[in-house]
Ligand binder design. Sequence first.
Ligand code: FAD
Length: 422
Amino acid sequence: DLALENGPQTFSQTEQKFTKDPIMTERCKIMIVGGGIGGLTAAGLLLLAGHEVELFEQAPELGEVGAGIQVSANATHVLRQLGVLDRLAAVSVRPLRTEFRLHDTAEVVGQILLGDTHEDRFGAPYLHVYRPDILRVLEERVRELSPSAIHLNKALERYEEDDQGVTLRFADGTTARGDLLIGADGIKSVVRSQMHGFEPANFTGNVAWRGMIPADRLPADFQPPIFVNWMGPDKHMVVYWVNGGRLLNFVGCVEKPEWTQEGWAIKAPWDDLKTDFASFHRDVQTMIDAADKDNCFCWALNNRPRLKYWSTDRVTLLGDSAHPTLPYMAQGAVMAIEDAAVLMRALDECNGLGAALKTYEQARIDRTARIVDESTEHARLFHFQTHAEFREAFARKDPATDRGLWLYNYNPLTVSLAVAPA
Ligand code: FAD
C-alpha cells in the first residue's frame, strides 16, 4: 500500500474546501496524454484501481531513447505495486554503490552504499535501467490490464473542459471525451501550455552528452556494477551499467553556452565529446574511445518556471509536464512515478474529482519543487574548481547529526519519502 506524504488529514481538509459539484471518482473515464514513463505508470495504476483508462501517444509506437535511467526505492515501491518490479529487475542492474571520484586522479572523495544497504533501508531496490526496458515492461503491463487502452499516432492539439467532461482534439481530426485528462506529455507539454500559456524555457548553460557502449567493446574488467560520478571543473560524467550489464551508459554534463538544442535524439560530433572530457582520467578516455562515433547525443538542459497550480476541475499534469527537473539527482522520472501513485491514491480516497485533484496537487507540489530546486543546486556542487574544494564539500558534516552534509542532501530518500510502504 502507498501513503501520502501529508497524511490522511489532507484529504478531509481539501474535501471541505472543494465540495462544489462533486463527481464520484469511482469508475471514472480517465484520458492520459503521453506514453512516457509517467503516463504509462499512471495508466497501469489507474487500471488496477478499476478506472476506465485511455492513453494517447503522439508517436507511431511506444519507445524510449537508448539511454539509461536510475530508479530509486521511492519509485521501485510503486513499480512493485504495479506488478512489474520483478520483470524490470530481471533486465536491470542493481548497483553496489555510488562513487564520487575526482576527474583526473580517480580519488574517491565520497560514496553512497546502494545494493543491500539501499534495499534494507528503504524496502525496495535501487536499479539502473535501460529506458527501452522500462517502457516495454510498463507497456506490457498496461496491455495486460486493458488490451485496447493505448492509442498511438494521437497528437493532442488542444482540449476543451466543461461541467460534464473534457474533450480532446487531435492533429488527425479525431476527438475523445472523458471525465478527466492527465497531461503526461513531457517538458514541451501541450496540456501545460494550454493551462498556463506558453512560457519560454531558460537555458542553464549546461548540456548533457549521452551515449551507450556495448560491454564487448570494453575491457572485461572495465567497471564493476557501481555508479561512478567523475567530477571536474565545470563538468562531470556519470557512468553505469544497464540492460543486465550488457550496455554501459554515460551522461556527461558540461557548461557549454553555445549549444542550445533540447532533446534526446540530437546528435553531436564525437570529437567535441572527446575534447570536452580531454582532462578526465584514462578510464573515461577508454570509454569515450569505445563509443559509437556516429551516435553521440547532446541535450541542452533548460529550467522552466515553477507552476502555481497543476489542476483545474477535470485536468491535471503529471511528470515533466508539471515539474521539469534537471538530471543532477536522477529523480525526474522517479518523481513522475511517485506522481502516478499519489494521484491513484487520491482518486481512490477522495470524494469527488475536484477534491482528488486538489489533494494530489497539494501532496506533490512542495516535494517536487524541492527536488527541482535541489537538482538545480547540484549542478554547482558537481562542478567545483579544485580537488580541495571537492574534498572539503564531501567531508563537511552536519553538526546536529554528524552525517556528511553533502551526501545527506544528495539522497532525496533521506530527505523525505513521498511514497513509502504504509
Ligand atoms: P516523457 O518521458 O517526456 O514522456 C512524454 C510523452 O508524451 C512522450 O512519449 C511524448 O511523445 C508524448 N507527447 C508529447 N506531446 C504529446 C502530444 N501533444 N500528444 C500526445 N503525446 C504527446 N530521471 C530519473 O528519474 N532518473 C535518471 O537517472 C534520469 N536521468 C536523466 C538524464 C538526462 C540526460 C535527462 C535529460 C533526464 C533524466 N531524467 C532522469 C529525467 C527523466 O528522463 C524525465 O523526468 C522523465 O522521462 C519524464 O517522464 P514523463 O513521462 O513525464 O515525460
